[in-house]
Write a protein that binds this ligand. Structure first.
Ligand code: FAD
Length: 106
């Protein structure tokens, strides 16, 4: 089985990659469904404390799904909230596409 750290690392990889390919101009249905997906995801994420805290985060600051850019930056912000809680360094969200879409130049 995956431990909490492996599960988290793989899940963030999936979430950020999904956001990187979300439509730049999503239709209303895509906007609504992505917000719903993230809520449902947070309900069933198989680490109870992670799921509880992430659900609370979503209640406080609902996912922004109006565009690919909004979604990517909301997710970067949300991941940084988790980083802060765990004492991990804050990620520079201006590097999102390099990290998750196009690859580092060096
Ligand atoms: P990760 O945090 O998994 O990040 C993977 C990679 O993403 C990093 O190497 C970096 O390149 C990149 N990255 C880092 N920050 C950002 C960002 N802000 N935006 C974009 N890219 C970024 N663990 C717990 O112990 N307690 C919890 O409550 C908890 N809650 C979680 C909630 C969710 C929704 C998820 C998906 C995971 C949660 N985890 C939690 C797991 C935790 O966040 C890490 O995934 C785990 O500790 C492994 O960390 P890591 O060092 O591999 O890097």
């Amino acid at each position: 089985p995956l431990n909490k750290s492996e599960l988290g690392n793989h899940t963030w990889g999936f979430l950020h990659t999904m956001a990187a390919y979300f439509p730049e101009q999503p239709c209303m249905e895509d906007q609504r469904d992505m917000a719903q997906f993230l809520r449902l995801f947070s309900r069933f994420y198989p680490c109870p404390t992670c799921a509880r805290d992430f659900s609370k985060l979503i209640d406080k600051e609902p996912p922004r799904t109006g565009s690919q850019n909004e979604l990517k930056h909301w997710l970067c912000w949300a991941h940084n909230q988790v980083n802060k809680k765990l004492g991990k360094p804050k990620f520079d969200c201006s590097k999102l596409d390099e990290r998750w879409k196009f690859g580092w130049k060096d």
